[in-house]
Design a protein around this ligand. Sequence first.
Ligand SMILES: [Zn+2]
Length: 371
Amino acid sequence: MNGSIAILRRVRLAVFAASALSALAHPAAAQDKSACNDASVLGVQRVVEIDAKGGPLLGNLQYKEIDFLEPGEVVLTFDDGPSRQTTEAVLAALAEHCTKATFFMVGRMALAEPDMVRKIDALGHTVGSHTWSHANQGSLSAANAEREIELGVSAITAALGKPIAPFFRFPYLSDPRRSINYLEGRDIGVFSIDVDSYDFRTRNGAVMKQNVLSQLQKKGKGIILFHDIQRSTAAGIADLLDELKRRKFKVVHMIPKAPLATVAAYDAIAQKDLARRKVQTANNPLASRSMTWPVETGAGSGPAPVTVARPPSQQLPWKPAAGTAAAPPARNADAAAPQAARNATPASRAERPAWKREELPWQEQMWNHYR
Ligand SMILES: [Zn+2]
């Protein structure tokens, strides 16, 4: 990070800290979020509640069935995290603008940083899933594709300690029909994108910012893809939010109509992994740092959310993929866990390579054929 960015970040963080302290000094102000009523911040224009029943498909790069954004509206989404080194800067920038985003997390990343997962939720952002290990669904067997989805959901749920949103994004936006069918049966919404920050192609925050602005200029609105593990996003997101405000864009926050139930067989695997990591952390106290964060006090005083759902004609009956479960997976029921889950042997250490920081960031580089 160069000096000017470091200085800028210190100033920004100081501003955020000052407003937080001010809110603490005036409890009434903290409750009505008057700091967020500042006309100079983005805030949240409106909250859209997504009914994930039947697995709605959103994001115009790949899907055309639902478009809930008005001209000038954007949705902020962050994939692949959390990662303490970079996600903190993203959270600070969002807080400075009193605005909310959706984080599509990778399961093993969530288990590695459970306190970050809880912090993101506590700040009022929406937590969705992005598979267990970021494998390309198009290259997996039906059983492994299902395992990637379900273990991801269970891992993030275990890290958070409560249900997550039934919101899913495919790694590399690679969305085989079989996996879409599975997600439909699980009542999990699939989120593609409209605008790509291309933050994985650069370490320069200004380049990332320009990528977003130039596409928004053409499209006028959209779901924006960022990666909170990417340095360019950590470095450039604050300036980008400032510019979005200057250009009068409005942020829409997506929330789920109902939480996502997990599958018990995968919960057991995720809990075992989480427990193992806790033991490792206890044996190495220096690896753990304490952290505090403001607790979200509610949905705020804005207008009631509108609900977006899959059009009735699009709600297809759930169909099992060839060679997988013969019925929709039961929620939280060992006896009725999907056959693939019972057959899988994912607890074997060989199948779960230890998470290594140096493996990151992986590159989102294979989906240009969608253009
Ligand atoms: Zn990703």
